[in-house]
Write a protein that binds this ligand. Structure first.
Ligand code: MG
Length: 174
């Protein structure tokens, strides 16, 4: 007999930072953004999706993405981070959770991300399999301070709430 778990909500925090470098495409939230430089990383360096994935794993009490997708594993070299996040969605789903909402802040001195917030929001919601109203993407500069302010890096902070699936929402889950 199913036990009601309606009241269980778990919150996780994710953070990531990657160095900006010449000769890479800039991918944020699964969206390619026109810019002269991109983020260095074993995968595509998508700090948004990495921070969201870590927040989800943290909420579920699971090992972080560094442990789940080791950078010593050639399978993840230049990996599309949408694929990595989709794997995390599947992992937490198997633990009985689904995403209630995600709140994301990107820290970037340049480029200006205002025009891209909407497409990043839609892209993240698509990978998470949730309504876009449950995803929020905010962008902030660092007022010239630190490595982000100097334009050497882009960072991201994300909070994700997971809700335990009940028979009701499990059957309506796509
Ligand atoms: Mg990362």
């Amino acid at each position: 007999m199913a036990v009601s778990t309606t009241s269980i909500v778990r919150v996780g925090l994710g953070y990531d930072i990657h160095r900006l470098t010449e000769g890479r495409r800039l991918i944020l939230g699964g969206v390619e953004i026109p810019f002269g430089r991109g983020l260095l990383g074993h995968s595509d360096g998508d700090v948004l999706l990495h921070a969201v994935a870590d927040a989800m794993l943290g909420a579920a009490g699971l090992p972080d993405i560094g442990e789940t997708f080791p950078d010593t594993d050639p399978a993840y070299r230049n990996a599309n981070s949408r694929y990595l996040l989709a794997r995390v969605v599947e992992i937490v789903r198997r633990q009985g959770f689904h995403v209630a909402n995600a709140d994301v802040t990107v820290h970037a001195e340049a480029p200006n991300l205002s025009a891209h917030k909407q497409s990043m929001t839609e892209s993240i919601a698509r990978v998470l399999g949730v309504d876009r109203q449950t995803v929020s993407v905010k962008a902030k500069s660092s007022e010239g301070l630190g490595p982000v302010g100097a334009g050497d890096a882009i960072a991201c902070t994300a909070v994700v709430a997971l809700r335990a699936r009940t028979d009701d929402n499990a059957s309506s889950d796509q």
